[in-house]
Ligand binder design. Structure first.
Ligand code: HEC
Ligand code: HEC
Length: 283
């Protein structure tokens, strides 16, 4: 698993939740961070100062592709939400989390998917991050706060549905050895994406099925795809580049990490925190 800069989800909500509620709830689960020095602190964002060229390019790409729905300044518009207060945008550094939404879309909610190159998504991110939100949002993700391991265990085995794909004694054994911040990011992304949303080297490969108008199909591991060509490695290990023209041939991609991408928006901060606390116990 690459440990490129992944970002934590909703850490800022955590700050708010912490401010509003007591997390020392269950008597059998003292907050682990209370006694020892807090290892979760000071994950300040080292978001580099905006590169004006990237911001300008991003503004251009945004105005063509996104402004229609999200407003020219990202504050929301025809059918798209305000992006400036979106936890996804706030937790994103260089497009790596925004990419998950842009590349997958949310068809059922009215957000189309875009086959934009990562560089363009990074530019969009630079633009969106350059827009000043105003004082009302002092919502900066900084730390992973302490969760309740027992509640996390219940969520993992129950509502979270994690056991459909994982076992704490098999594939996730020892996962708690990661530092908490990395662990939380890994739970969020499934370990699948690093900087710019590029799949990490150890992420399970996306598979692709190409169906030609003749009905012939080619299957393999996806190497890359853009509007013009899809590159895959077939079952015999041969690399094949297949030209695309519009809808032909038909290309279907299956990402084993889809479950993680689909959940990006739906995580309740408390659940993420609790599951992190639970998986932390798997040393
Ligand atoms: C046709 C309208 C439409 C276009 C065009 C569009 N979006 Fe969206 N977008 C939406 C809708 C609707 C949602 C909310 C989906 C939901 O509720 O889950 C959304 C959600 C998002 C989110 C997630 C916000 C959150 O907090 O969940 C991001 C990030 C985003 N869009 C970025 C973009 C970018 C970048 C582009 C341009 C490349 C773009 N969108 C183009 C309609 C659009
Ligand atoms: C539909 C299947 C599926 C579901 C459901 C699912 N995951 Fe995953 N998860 C994956 C896949 C696939 C990977 C990548 C495994 C790999 O890299 O080989 C992964 C990776 C992970 C990793 C990183 C493991 C590592 O060693 O890098 C963690 C942690 C994780 N998932 C936690 C969770 C939690 C917590 C839940 C429940 C909230 C969950 N997953 C639900 C499929 C799933």
């Amino acid at each position: 698993m690459a440990n490129l800069a992944r970002t934590g989800l909703l850490a800022a909500v955590t700050v708010l939740v912490m401010a509003l509620t007591s997390v020392s709830g269950a008597a059998d689960e003292p907050p682990a961070g209370a006694a020892k020095p807090n290892p979760f602190e000071s994950h300040d964002f080292d978001r580099p100062p905006d590169d004006p060229a990237a911001v300008a390019r991003g503004k251009q790409v945004f105005s063509v592709n996104c402004a229609f729905c999200h407003g020219s300044d990202g504050r929301g518009g025809e059918g798209g939400p305000n992006l400036l207060r979106s936890p996804i945008v706030l937790n994103d550094r260089k497009g790596e989390i925004i990419a998950a939404v842009v590349l997958n879309g949310r068809a059922e909610k009215g957000m189309p998917k875009f086959n934009l190159p990562m560089e363009s998504i990074a530019d969009i991110a630079a633009y969106v991050h350059s827009i000043k939100v105003g004082a009302a949002s002092s919502f900066t993700p900084r730390m992973v706060l302490v969760g309740n391991a027992a509640a996390g265990k219940a969520y993992f085995n129950g509502k979270g549905g994690c056991t459909k794909c994982h076992s704490v004694t098999k594939d996730l054994a020892g996962v708690g050895a990661m530092d908490p911040k990395t662990l939380q990011d890994t739970i969020f992304t499934g370990g699948g994406t690093g900087m710019l949303g590029i799949p990490s080297p150890t992420a399970p490969p996306r598979t692709v099925t190409v169906t030609f108008p003749t009905g012939e199909t080619v299957k393999g591991k996806l190497v890359s795809i853009d509007d013009f060509v899809v590159v895959l490695t077939d079952a015999d290990g041969n690399r094949r580049s297949i030209r695309r023209e519009g809808e032909a041939p038909k290309v279907e991609i299956v990402n084993p990490l889809q479950a993680h991408l689909d959940r990006v928006r739906n995580w309740e901060d408390r659940d993420l925190r609790n599951v992190t606390a639970y998986l932390e116990t798997l040393k």
